[in-house]
Design a protein around this ligand. Structure first.
Ligand code: VGL
Ligand code: ZN
Length: 224
């Protein structure tokens, strides 16, 4: 049993103690909005949903930023290749993307219209040029942690609600790592949109997350 699971068990024993809940908003940045460098179709539709979620009484509100140096190994340009082609990066298959979310650029800022005033803490991912990082917890080669896992444990958080972009990449891998670390994990369905490089990628991602124990909820069903 890992730390978060042990903590949850102890709470269950002391009935009546409510769980500590965090909302994790993944990569809601300008470059992932329609028209952005790596625009997610209808990605802007989640903004009102996210802003409504922010009005609920989560104990913690966490956001992540995809935050690449311009030499990043996931960018097609840096390999003289086209987006969608593949390379090996840090020993792993890597699909190449258009240049996006470069540190300090307009495209890497939180999306225009995302009300960030209630965000307690921001975690940065994809900062190492040699490896990509879809999960908000670890890079794709599991070399480095972002600090999100420690933050959740230090703050005795045991339930996470995950929304953001993109369902079939960063949301998916963040959810899978949250489950592996033992957190009770909810995906807010209407608070996510996917890229669908293949037409059924989002459906497959949702099914995979569910099969590993994630619960799909709608934002309006969250009564906090
Ligand atoms: C993402 C592709 C590349 C994401 C980030 O946030 O889902 N996808 N970088
Ligand atoms: Zn990226």
């Amino acid at each position: 049993m890992n730390c978060a699971q042990k903590f949850r068990r102890e709470k269950e024993i002391h009935q009546g103690v409510r769980s500590v809940k965090a909302l994790i908003i993944v990569d809601v940045q300008n470059d992932f909005m329609p028209g952005g460098a790596l625009g997610v179709p209808e990605g802007n539709d989640i903004l009102p949903v996210i802003n409504d979620l922010l009005k609920k009484s989560f104990d913690f509100i966490i956001a992540t930023k995809d935050w690449h140096p311009k030499e990043h190994g996931s960018f097609a340009l840096n390999h003289n290749k086209k987006p969608g082609e593949h390379v090996i990066l840090c020993g792993k298959d890597q699909v190449l993307w258009p240049t996006h979310c470069v540190q300090g650029t307009k495209g890497s800022e939180f999306a225009h219209g995302f009300d960030t005033r209630k965000v307690h803490k921001v975690f940065y991912k994809g900062t190492d040029r040699e490896v990509d990082s879809y999960s908000a917890f670890f890079d794709n080669a599991h070399l480095r942690a972002t600090g999100l896992g420690d933050f959740l444990i230090e703050n005795e958080i045991d339930e996470v609600y995950i929304a953001g972009l993109a369902t079939d990449y960063c949301v998916k891998y963040t959810v899978l790592d949250a489950l592996k670390l033992g957190f009770k994990t909810y995906i807010v369905a209407d608070g996510c949109k996917g890229i669908n490089l293949n037409p059924d990628d989002v459906d497959k991602a949702i099914k995979l997350m569910q099969s590993k124990g994630a619960e799909v909820v709608s934002s309006e069903s969250i009564s906090l």
